[in-house]
Design a protein around this ligand. Structure first.
Ligand code: M7G
Length: 200
């Protein structure tokens, strides 16, 4: 018996660079696409845990058909919630990444119809792990978007609600701060360290 997921999901991996010449495109690899709970566990049980990956590796779990890149047409108006765990030895990163993935595929991060969650990401870096949640918009309506469109106030509320759920999934304290930034800000600053637009 297979328990179907609401969406199909694709797991991607960013290989740690081997030399100087490696660019983003050569390092990003599509791993596998799945559509059931059982397939998820089969994959989960057979891949290297985050805690054993090399520096600069990432896992990306995105809805099928969306590349885990700013440039993807479906991401280019969006942004991400993210939190960096600075104490790598004490943080249970494998549990946190598992729970982030289960929340994504189980569709518990947003309300029906929000249509914001694109995927979740874990980055292994020198001195920290970062877990991110990519959204379709930054709370503003997108030109040419189908449907009602949201007011700016409603858009901010939808995104903050998603940010709060993500914060719970990551088991953070109220006093911890999860930040949202738009991808265009990230692309322009050449890194993810861009101005936070919202915080929860
Ligand atoms: P990062 O992994 O988001 O953060 O970006 P880090 O600075 O903590 O490592 C690292 C670098 O990877 C960026 O400066 C880009 O060179 C590249 N990179 C990351 N992302 C998510 C993208 C992307 O979506 N598109 C492109 N072209 N490059 C990216």
């Amino acid at each position: 018996v297979k328990h179907p997921l609401m969406h199909e999901w694709t797991l991607w991996f960013t290989k740690p660079p081997s030399g100087k010449g490696d660019n983003w495109n050569e390092l990003l690899k599509e791993v596998v696409t799945f559509s059931s709970v059982e397939e998820f566990w089969g994959i989960y049980n057979n891949i290297t845990p985050t805690s054993e990956l090399g520096l600069k590796a990432d896992y990306h779990l995105f809805k099928k058909g969306i590349r885990p890149e700013w440039e993807d047409q479906q991401n280019k108006h969006g942004g991400k919630w993210s939190y960096s765990f600075k104490d790598k030895r004490s943080v249970p990163i494998d549990d946190l990444w598992l729970h982030a993935q289960l929340a994504a595929i189980g569709e518990t991060l947003e309300n029906d119809g929000d249509n914001e969650v694109m995927g979740v990401v874990v980055n292994v870096r020198k001195g920290f792990y970062r877990v991110g949640l990519w959204t379709r918009t930054t709370g503003k309506s997108i030109p040419g978007d189908k449907g009602e469109g949201r007011s700016a106030a409603k858009g901010k509320e939808v995104l903050e609600n998603i940010g709060r759920r993500f914060k719970e999934v990551l088991r953070l304290k109220d006093t911890d701060v999860v930040e949202f930034s738009g991808h265009t800000d990230s692309a322009h600053s050449g890194s993810t360290r861009a101005k936070a637009k919202y915080t929860v």
